[in-house]
Design a protein around this ligand. Structure first.
Ligand code: NAP
Length: 248
């Protein structure tokens, strides 16, 4: 088992789903975790309570990652609370599905603003302290649809494909400072985001999964924890699937 003792992690969108599982696991491995949320403050406090009850350290910090100033304050408050930032998990994300001919400008823009610009904002703010520390781990949550596209998700697929380009470009910029940047590409994971899909859509997705079942948030969290640890120190600029074999 690897340890993350003395590490400080900022998990965007840590209040629910994959971000919640990541927050709990990183804290369980010894990291001090900042659980970010935009509107689910109560849920985020619940995650913090769960971590504290298990003997871990965490705080909840609100902030909309799509706003550069709020992302900067989030990183600043992380530094003020814990004195350093070792791990940034760009997890916050939304969907606003629609066919391209019907997609409203706001549906396109909001998804790009949160999923892609949010990761840019937080990365930009986090890279400075990481550069000073001469170490860091940035883990971006992309998606299988960023690799292969999906009908009805032009906005979401574009944002997740953008995350892949962002990951590789930043990895090349900061590698010399001992900062690694990788992306995780989950498939169908059971969270609030996928709960709203119809049974028909869910059944169709499961049919395409080699392992024949959806994933759990914890399946993604374990890869994030590995990428956050010393064991992954020679891995950077990679896009790694956690998808039950849906993409190969
Ligand atoms: P989820 O259960 O809907 O949770 C989304 C999280 O993002 C919530 O904590 C939410 O917090 C936060 N969030 C939304 N907008 C935000 C903003 N502007 N600023 C800060 N936080 C914000 O979704 P999930 O399924 O866990 O997804 C997590 C990530 O994995 C997303 O990037 C998603 O695209 C990706 N992913 C998911 C799947 C899947 O099958 N579930 C597959 C591939 C990739 P609030 O409630 O406070 O807004």
């Amino acid at each position: 088992m690897f340890k993350l003792e003395d590490r400080v992690a900022l998990v965007t969108g840590g209040s629910r789903g994959i971000g919640k599982a990541v927050s709990i696991l990183l804290a369980g491995l010894g990291a001090c975790v900042v659980v970010n949320y935009s509107s689910s403050g109560e849920a985020a406090e619940g995650v913090v309570e769960e971590i504290n009850a298990r003997g871990g350290k965490a705080i909840a910090l609100g902030g909309d990652v799509s706003k550069a100033a709020e992302a900067a304050v989030l990183v600043e408050n992380t530094m003020n609370n814990y004195g350093r930032l070792d791990i940034l998990v760009n997890n916050a994300g939304i969907t606003r599905d629609n066919l391209i001919m019907r997609m409203k400008d706001e549906e396109w823009q909001r998804v790009i603003d949160i999923n892609l610009t949010g990761a840019f904002n937080c990365t930009k703010a986090a890279v400075r302290p990481m550069m000073r520390q001469r170490s860091g781990r940035i883990i971006n949550i992309s998606s299988v649809v960023g690799i292969r596209g999906n009908a009805g998700q032009a906005n979401y697929s574009a944002s997740k494909a953008g995350i892949i380009g962002l990951t590789k470009a930043v990895a090349k910029e900061v590698g010399s400072r001992n900062i690694t940047v990788n992306a995780v590409a989950p498939g169908y994971i059971q969270t609030d985001m996928t709960e709203v899909l119809s049974d028909g859509v869910k059944d169709e997705m499961v049919k395409r999964i080699v392992l024949g079942r959806p994933g759990k948030p914890e399946d993604v969290a374990w890869l994030v924890a590995f990428l956050a640890s010393d064991l992954s120190s020679y891995i950077t600029g990679q896009i790694i699937g956690v998808d039950g074999g849906i993409v190969m």
